[in-house]
Design a protein around this ligand. Sequence first.
Ligand SMILES: [Zn+2]
Length: 252
Amino acid sequence: MCRAAIPGRSVLKKQQRMKNLSLHDLKEGLLHLFYPRLCEGCNRPLIAAEFVVCIGCDAQIPETRYHDMPDNETAMRFAGRVPFTKATSFAYFTDDSLLQHLLHGLKYRHNKDIARYLGRRFANSLAASDWLSAVDMIVPVPLHRKREAERGYNQSMTLAETMAKHAGIVARADTLVRVRATESQTRKTRAERAENMAGAFAVRNAPEMKGKHILIVDDVLTTGATIEACAQALMAVENVKISIATIGIAVS
Ligand SMILES: [Zn+2]
């Protein structure tokens, strides 16, 4: 008997996977026919290979290229305030920019795909300079329980998870928690922001983080008061190393 006539288990599994894939593709295709995915930047329909923004808009995001510059602007904003190993930001954040629109959509329109898109772009740019290889764990800036319940998710956690997945490391949302709700920072001065955030965070599972290199991830860096308070809380862990990465850095 010809052995090739009987399909092996792996062949059957592959056929099943292809069947599932084509059904999924068909469903997606039909969905996009009636509801085409549009670019978040220019509103044109996206092609299959594009995700969230078109290739043209993607190329226009002003990347900082800070990763290999130890004295970059992100690092300078934290200098003398908290001990850290490295600090960087992905792109410049200005008023009325595409990045502002994307981060607004992430926060207020609850578009998780934006977090996945930006997290992947940031992780790829960090991989090019071998930035994440020394990091053990990514920790997002936590929202207060109430705020997270209102919004349904923490946008920084989705960013952190995407970055961690691409770098092959872990993201943890249960190690740093917000223990106090804080007032909005938008109308506060730098000193008031620092005072508002002091003691807002606490560390859980400290023994697990002993001696680890932790990367704090957030969406936009302005004065850095929130990240500074997170880093202060993490400093309670024995022999911990801290690095900082934000998607945007606010510049005027
Ligand atoms: Zn576009």
